[in-house]
Design a protein around this ligand. Structure first.
Ligand code: AKB
Length: 316
């Protein structure tokens, strides 16, 4: 029986991951950990237990782990790439000091830990096309620095203490439940809201800028499948490249325009977002994830676009 704690359960990924885990493992076995001011609402609140869990407070994490006999922690607490540039110290405090707290509690109480990395862990010197699993990283953003450190510290706890740490490098995640905040890839979510509201979309990323993206159902499946994978098959752990689609703004615009013919988009490039995007890969090679634990995405740009528009039309 799995008893799971999701830290950051009210964020973009956490809110949907918590519900998916409750569906698979039972409502009462999945605790939604949130910080004050970001309380769970609606189905997330009503369907199972929730507790305040500040990742920067080790004692708080430990008391929830003990109270609920937690054996698996999904640690999603992080500042995204753009906001981390304006608050680098806080990004480190949450991303790395917080991770250290989670890993220490996991070491003492025998928990498995999933702490995602990102395409943001790569930098300008990384090969940009079909970026290999093992390659030069050296990011220059604070987000990237924390993500590379996340990968290395998680691997360290595995090799040194035997903690079962596993992770993927998430691309930009596109979803229709909880909006992302402060990321470079957020435009690929915002564009769908504009299309459904009948508004002209002002794109902050320049034409021709390819980035890896993924629809939320595939991202959830990746995280859960990896945590369920046979450990004897895992050569890598922190963190696996995963990929399903790579597109530039004009490509997602064209996909939406097929469904919403009068939709309009103009460019007003944000220099910070653009410089971050330029330093990230165009596309990832996810062969290791496919071979070691059977990763296989379902959605491409076209099928995601149809589903996003349908869900947002119903929601808005
Ligand atoms: C961001 O844009 O910061 C994130 C990411 C790709 O990790 N969505």
């Amino acid at each position: 029986m799995k008893n799971i704690l999701v830290i950051g359960a009210t964020g973009q990924i956490g809110s949907e991951l918590t519900m998916e885990l409750r569906k698979r493992y039972g409502n009462t076995n999945v605790v939604a950990g949130y910080i004050q001011g970001a309380e769970p609402k609606g189905e997330l609140k009503d369907s199972g237990p929730s507790e305040i869990v500040d990742v920067t407070n080790e004692a708080m994490i430990e008391s929830v782990v003990k109270a609920y006999h937690i054996d698996t922690i999904y640690n999603l607490a992080a500042l995204l790439s753009v906001v981390a540039e304006s608050k680098p110290k806080l990004a480190w405090k949450i991303g790395i000091d917080g991770l250290w707290n989670v890993l220490e509690v996991a070491r003492v109480h025998g928990c498995a830990v999933f702490t995602p990395s990102s395409i943001g862990s790569f930098g300008a010197d990384t090969p940009h096309t079909l970026t290999p699993q093992d390659t030069i990283q050296r990011p220059r953003t604070m987000y990237g620095v924390t993500k590379v450190t996340t990968e290395m510290l998680s691997d360290y706890y595995h090799t040194k203490y035997g903690v079962d740490t596993r992770a993927v490098r998430f691309p930009g995640i596109i979803s229709n439940v909880t909006p992302p905040g402060g990321g470079t890839t957020d435009y690929a979510v915002d564009i769908y809201y504009s299309a459904v509201k009948g508004e002209k979309f002002v794109c902050p990323i320049a034409e021709g800028t390819l980035m890896d993206m993924m629809y939320m159902p595939d991202a959830l499946n990746a995280a859960i499948s990896l945590m369920e994978a046979d450990p004897t098959k895992l050569v890598h752990r922190n963190a696996f490249n995963i990929a399903s689609m790579s597109f530039a703004p004009e490509m997602i615009y064209a996909a939406i325009k097929k469904e919403v013919p009068d939709f309009e988009m103009v460019y007003d490039v944000d220099p910070l977002k653009q410089s971050i995007a330029n330093s990230w890969p165009d596309s990832l090679d996810d062969t290791c994830a496919r071979n070691e634990w059977g990763w296989k995405p379902v959605y491409d740009l076209e099928s995601m676009t149809k589903d996003m528009l349908e869900k947002l039309r119903a929601k808005l």
